[in-house]
Design a protein. Structure first.
Lengths: 480, 455, 446
């Protein structure tokens, strides 16, 4: 179809300033935080309202073009990349907080609101939005919903899915639905629950009622240093098993300590092979006892130093170091590949050993910073894209990490999603029947495969194929 | 046959190494004023670096309208640098990219616009329109390099303001036609004499603790002479002997930010020479934009063997006035009560380029009676950014509106700042709205407090 | 034996099949007798059974402990029951991982006993835990008072295996607490009332049992005073795990209602309006909650405040958890569930009380006061008055479900509320997962 007509029609819907069609400008939209997979959209639109989104989606359907939702483009698996071209709908201009309702512990906002900004806006009310992924200063709540984002504090407060009351969703035919508003026990299936984490493949979220969480009365942070990851991991297991539920348990290894030390002048000793950030929160009463117990457990497990962050400034500094650890890798290496797998918590020490082995085997340094309390690993494979063979080695090392994680009873993504980057690994985790069930769910929302095609499901096993398989499949065939 | 692209030249080439440090994580996006306003990826630091990379990789050329627009639209506020976890030196590659565009234009203005058969690679962009070129040359090439001319120009503008011609010109729209509307509305009311550095030495009050020199600069010395006077008095109160060395001039910020690196280098050499060999403890700057430029003279001259060492020695002495005062034992006893509610607008070149954020607040909080109320987005650019008002009037306007909305939400009586560009921008927007809120430099408030302390 | 029965007998063995239901009235679903009841001994057997039923065109009603079979519309047409209670094994339990994988037929009580040994818990409080199974709790998404502190099953379920309508088995999620590997099918099956697939095993994230716990029971002369305390708690930074509002029938007309009597008997000097606040965590934190809640209760006008600890604490909550049970419901009784925004709850309950007293019927309430959910037990009067009560309340509060009532009413009334939003999409989902409408046909919203 004629591209000029498409652009004209889009301009009529969102206004001339809301359409990007210059080829050089479109180039800047060819990737999200994952630059390994790229795809240039035919056009990018920046709507400001649900009605505009609906209009654009209707138009896309008429032109037979895919629609790719994009928030801040900080995702790490190519989830916002237009693999097959089409229309990228950016939510960057849908960034309004529409209503703060503390009586019902909820906030109504548009999907382009930045996670951190939301919590800042809630602060005067004494509330926060609990999910706090490391990219929270840039990532949008729409992206959080797409990827069911975690973050350090989900150890205590739960992942994004537990903080979404309902979403307004534009479907592939342009129709709009609301899945909930925070009043419990609505009849029927939990549409909100399945929309969260669907990586923008079944519809586009245009507004959302989020659950907000009262700020804790008191917070304590302690940074415990260990000679190695093994000691720190044992301390983590003991803390978890002892019936103390910290609000965060975050680990950094030697390489990461070095990088953040350079950046944040934390003055951590070189002898530290692992740093464990422990945060506890709640009412003031008993919190110091809790902190003392945790500290004692660290000492018992061979900590070389335990440093409480007493002032808010100290706490912020320690947290900044943790949250910016990924980016600080740019100081160690020109390129890195961030892996995101999860293993059962007791399998952490062994898995970390294996990550060390993989690093030696592929001759690439691997830094580790992870959500130890959740068993969510983030091995960061450091390499130089421009050096011959390193790209391939990095990819192979990442695959090995995924294999090890699955062997240990884990999964291939804790919070970054599958996107393009991990779609081929889905078969390591799921059978055709498992994938077919997911495809069935996808089909019921987006039968025309309008939204974000070519993601999550392995190539050659798109939703259509899987759903057809599912319909044709006879139970006995798989059973026998 | 495809038309060859105009690629980066060797001179002042944006470093591929710096460009490739960007890992495309996107954490810079919300810090960027133009991204916040537009939501466009190419208007973000990550997008602009991607465009530079595209030129660097030979995918697009300097003639790309998107490339040129984005290099121009950037405020070079460097908020992105402060949040970049990978430490990308964005300001450096942005200035170099602008220099590439200016070089390519200059090549076309002086040499043949047609690529010769011997050089199949065209090296030049079409020159800027004549009027624009003349104005640009008059401003960058003449006015800022000769302080006498600058002062003369400034006083003629003062006359213009007072004479009623201003009113007539505004009304008639002549100024707008000349493309000068924004320059005009930006002019601060000119009152009081200009500060002319002639080797004055102001003695300290009490024992001499430090010997410092003040950069008088261009706009600061004319429009903001009273701020210099306040700065000198505050330094004196803190045991400083204050020198105003002659021969110093404009810091060159507008040149380097605008891509005229050679012009900037010329001014840098002049200032280095002017402040050398005086036995100073510090070279004090009270304008954030000048301070950040002067702290980077070493980078600007790093390819110049004769000046590199001298630049490094110079840079070690440059101190922002707030940085200096917060770093010494402040004379708190002399501070008198100011019952004011103040909000603080952080100049980009203080908070981002120099990473000075705590010190201004420390000084404000030192003033008895003063209540500091934080505004939202205090470190988001106000849209002033040197000549940005002229090159990108729409964006500058919308950022000014956003800034004022944030500032006024605090209901403070005074907006404190530390940079002439910001001060002008804030005053302009306040005037447009008819708001009765003052814009003051932090040193002015300190000066007022010391003066209240005498009673 | 008919051919289907013989085929199924060959899968599970004759001892786990009942096809002479006359002697087993307990298996009737809202008065309708199943063709047969089968209790497979493994997931594989269950899958074979479902496949056989599918091939034979037989509808299937999944059943766990049978405590919540009152929910939903009466089955239409012939059906067989597939009972999961023999699927009661633990699949994976590594206590230090704080996760567990169990088969769907395990009872909540057995699970709790197992977890207690390791100082852990799955804080889903459901009625009749000795009979309620994991599968039933998940498919009804039944909540408990501690949803305030720990969330509901949707927040704690991390993996699932199901047998679909055709007998195909599929899984989703995993044994880890964070996971975005593929769609969150757990959310789809939770609360789907067995209409999409039969849950055969479930993985949960667990929590350490709290070091200390106590109940602050406050009695009030009016609901308004009780809700003043609710508002005060909400505004504070306290973190109680449950705030339950209880209202007994003022006329004392629900004498044979065992659970409410059990609650009342544990609370010193009870009144008609009671707020029970449950605090859990560090000993010092629990004491702080007691102090602060007591103070707030006094300000709110509480007539009496008592602190329950240890056995009394456990007993009072066991009784509260049972209040919304639908297992034994009298002929003249309705159990309703009202959902609304938490800020509307006080008004909704005032409407319910006013209607009940106008119509002269008895009303008892158990409400998760900070979550906007209330279970209303309505009794007495004549049938018409009870139905009128439901219709009138529904007109004001559209999210009103009938969880238990006489079959005739369950068949005809809008039992899932005034309307079902997004019904067309839900029908597409049902069509995709159970195109032949074999699983719990007609009983849920689609």
């Amino acid at each position: 179809m004629d591209r000029t007509n498409l652009v004209e029609e889009l301009r009529r819907i969102v206004g001339p300033r809301g359409v990007v069609d210059d080829p050089h400008a479109l180039m800047t939209y060819d990737a999200d935080g994952c630059v390994m997979d790229t795809g240039i959209p035919q056009v990018v639109v920046l709507p400001t309202s649900t009605a505009q989104v609906s209009g654009v989606v209707r138009l896309a359907a008429r032109y037979g073009l895919p629609v790719v939702p994009r928030g801040a483009g900080t995702g790490l698996t190519g989830g916002a990349t237009a693999m097959f071209g089409g229309i990228v709908i950016s939510t960057a201009r849908m960034d309004k907080v529409l209503e703060v309702d503390t009586r019902n512990g909820r906030v109504l906002c548009q999907p382009g609101v930045i996670n951190f900004d939301l919590s800042q806006q809630l602060k005067p009310y004494g509330y926060q939005f609990a999910p706090d992924p490391s990219s929270q200063k840039a990532c949008t709540v729409g992206g959080n919903i797409a990827n069911n984002s975690g973050g350090p504090h989900c150890l205590k407060y739960g992942i994004t899915a537990s903080h979404v009351y309902g979403v307004e969703l534009v479907l592939g035919d342009g129709t709009v639905l609301w899945s909930g508003d925070g009043s419990p026990a609505g009849p029927g299936y939990d549409l909100t629950g399945v929309i969260v984490g669907s990586e923008g493949t079944i519809g586009l979220v245009t507004a959302v009622w989020l659950k907000i969480t009262r700020l804790p009365e008191a917070v304590r942070v302690v940074l415990a240093l260990f000679p190695d990851i093994a000691g720190a991991s044992t301390a983590v297991s003991q803390v978890i098993a002892s019936g103390l539920l910290p609000s965060a348990l975050e680990m950094m290894d030697r390489l990461v300590i070095k990088a953040v030390n350079d950046m944040y002048k934390l003055g951590l000793p070189d002898s530290a092979g692992a740093a464990l950030l422990i945060e506890v929160d709640g009412v003031e009463d008993g919190l110091d006892d809790l902190l003392n117990d945790v500290t004692a457990m660290c000492w018992r497990n061979g900590a070389i130093d335990v440093r409480p962050a007493r002032t808010l400034a100290e706490q912020n500094q320690v947290w900044a170091a943790r949250k910016n650890a990924f980016g600080a890798m740019g100081r160690l290496s020109p390129t890195y590949y961030l892996v995101d797998t999860v293993v059962p918590r007791t399998r952490l020490p062994y898995t970390m050993e294996q990550v060390g082995r993989i690093s030696r085997e592929y001759d690439l340094p691997i830094a580790n910073v992870f959500h130890a309390g959740d068993g969510n690993l983030h091995p960061i494979i450091l390499f130089d894209r421009r050096a011959k063979g390193q790209n391939q080695r990095a990819l192979e090392a990442a695959t090995s990490v995924m294999h090890v994680s699955i062997e240990q009873g884990g999964v291939i993504s804790g919070e970054h999603g599958i996107g393009v980057e991990k779609q081929e690994y889905m078969t390591l985790l799921f059978s055709t029947d498992d994938l077919a069930a997911m495809a069935g769910l996808h089909q019921s929302f987006d039968p025309q495969d309008v939204f974000n095609p070519g993601k999550i499901f392995p190539k050659g096993r798109g939703c259509g194929e899987l759903a057809a398989l599912r319909k044709a499949g006879v139970a006995w065939a798989t059973l026998k | 046959m495809s038309i060859p692209l105009i690629l980066f030249h060797a001179k002042d080439r944006p470093s591929s190494d710096i460009i490739n440090t960007c890992v495309h994580c996107g954490l810079c996006l919300p810090s960027c004023p133009t991204y916040r306003e537009t939501g466009l990826e190419m208007s973000s630091p990550r997008g602009r670096i991607y465009l530079m990379k595209a030129v660097d990789d030979g995918k697009i050329g300097l003639e790309s309208a998107v490339f040129q627009e984005q290099m121009s639209q950037c405020l070079n506020c460097r908020a992105c640098e402060a949040v970049c976890p990978s430490g990308v030196q964005y300001g450096i590659i942005m200035e170099a990219s602008r220099a590439q565009i200016e070089q390519a234009r200059a090549a076309n203005a002086t040499f043949s616009p047609q690529p010769s058969a011997l050089s199949p690679q065209p090296s030049a962009l079409p020159a800027r329109p004549l009027l624009q070129r003349v104005l640009r040359n008059a401003i960058f090439g003449v006015l800022f390099t000769d302080m006498r001319l600058f002062r003369a120009f400034s006083s003629s503008m003062a006359l213009y303001q007072r004479s009623g011609v201003q009113w007539l010109a505004r009304k008639s729209g002549v100024i707008k036609l000349l493309g000068m509307a924004d320059i005009e509305s930006l002019l601060p009311p000119l009152n009081g004499p200009a500060t002319v550095p002639q080797g004055q030495i102001y003695p300290p009050e009490g024992d001499r603790r430090y010997s410092v020199a003040l950069l008088t600069g261009c706009i600061m010395s004319t429009a903001f002479g009273h701020v210099h006077a306040a700065t000198i008095r505050v330094l004196q109160k803190n045991g400083c002997e204050v020198l105003l060395p002659p021969d110093q001039g404009c810091c060159g910020a507008l040149h380097t930010h605008g891509g005229d690196l050679d012009g900037g280098r010329e001014l840098a050499r002049r200032n280095i020479a002017a402040f050398e060999g005086l036995g100073l403890d510090a070279i004090i700057v009270n304008a954030a934009g000048c301070g950040s430029t002067m702290k980077e003279y070493d980078h600007l001259l790093h390819d110049d063997p004769e000046w590199r060492g001298r630049a490094e020695a110079f840079v070690r002495k440059v101190k922002d006035v707030h940085e200096f005062l917060a770093g010494i034992e402040l004379n708190r006893a002399g501070l008198g009560r100011l019952d004011l509610c103040v909000t603080y607008q952080e100049p980009c070149h203080l908070v981002h380029a120099q990473r000075i954020s705590v010190q201004p607040r420390t000084l404000l909080n030192a003033i008895p009676g003063l209540e500091l109320r934080e505004m939202p987005e205090s470190s988001l650019c106000c849209g002033s950014a040197g000549v940005y008002n002229i090159t990108q009037p729409e964006m500058a306007m919308s950022l000014a509106v956003r800034k004022l909305n944030n500032a006024l939400s605090t209901r403070a009586q005074v907006i404190a700042t530390a940079n002439p560009g910001c001060a002008v921008q804030l005053v302009g927007e306040l005037r447009r709205r008819g708001e009765d809120v003052q814009v003051r430099y932090i040193v002015e408030l300190l000066d007022q407090s010391y003066s209240a302390g005498k009673d | 034996m008919n051919p289907l029965s013989s085929q199924i007998a060959s899968i599970v063995g004759t001892s786990y099949l009942i096809d002479d239901l006359a002697d087993y009235p307990a298996y009737a679903v809202q008065g309708r007798i199943p063709i047969l009841v089968v209790a497979p001994g493994s997931v594989e057997e269950l899958a074979h059974v479902v496949a056989a039923a599918h091939a034979a065109g037989m509808a299937v009603i999944p059943r766990g402990g049978g405590t919540m079979q009152a929910w939903g519309r009466p089955p239409a047409g012939d059906f067989m029951i597939v009972q999961t209670t023999r699927l009661s094994r633990v699949r994976i339990y590594e206590p230090d991982d704080l996760t567990i994988s169990v088969e769907a037929g395990m009872t909540m009580q057995d699970l709790d006993a197992l977890l207690a040994v390791h100082g852990q818990m799955l804080p889903l409080d459901v009625p009749l835990p000795a009979r309620s199974t994991i599968g039933g709790v998940l498919s009804t998404a039944m909540d408990g008072p501690r949803r305030l502190g720990y969330g509901t099953s949707r927040d704690l379920l991390i993996g699932v295996q199901v047998v679909e309508a055709t007998g195909r088995s599929s899984k989703a999620g995993g044994m880890v607490v964070k996971n975005v590997s593929g769609f969150d099918m757990m959310k789809l099956y939770t609360g789907s009332l067995g209409s999409l697939a039969i849950i055969v095993s479930a993985n949960f994230k667990l929590l350490p049992r709290p070091r200390a716990a106590a109940t602050i029971a406050c009695t009030f002369n009016t609901p308004a005073d009780a809700f003043a305390l609710v508002a005060a708690i909400h505004a504070s930074q306290l973190t109680p795990v449950a705030v339950e509002y209880l209202q007994k029938d003022e006329g004392g007309r629900m004498k044979d209602e065992a659970s409410m009597s059990a609650v009342i008997s544990l609370i010193p000097h009870p009144s008609s309006f009671i707020l029970c606040v449950r605090a859990e965590g560090l000993p010092a934190a629990v004491e702080r909650h007691i102090r602060d809640v007591a103070e707030m209760a006094e300000r709110a006008g509480s007539s009496r405040m008592s602190v329950l600890r240890d056995e009394d604490h456990m007993a009072v909550w066991a009784a509260i958890n049972d209040l919304p049970q639908t297992f034994s419901v009298a002929d003249d009784e309705l159990l309703l569930r009202l959902g609304c925004l938490p800020s509307d709850l006080e008004r909704a309950l005032a409407d319910a009380s006013a209607l009940a007293s106008r119509q002269g019927i008895a009303l008892a309430v158990a409400a998760r006061a900070l979550s906007g959910i209330a279970y209303l037990r309505v009794r007495g009067g004549d049938e018409g008055l009870r139905h009128q009560f439901h219709a009138d309340l529904l007109a004001r509060w559209p999210q009103l479900a009938i969880l238990a009532g006489p079959p005739a009413l369950m068949a005809e009334a809008p039992i899932w509320g005034a309307s079902v939003p997004n019904l067309a999409l839900m029908q597409r989902i049902k069509q995709e997962f159970d195109p032949d409408n074999r699983l719990n046909p007609g009983r849920y919203v689609v």
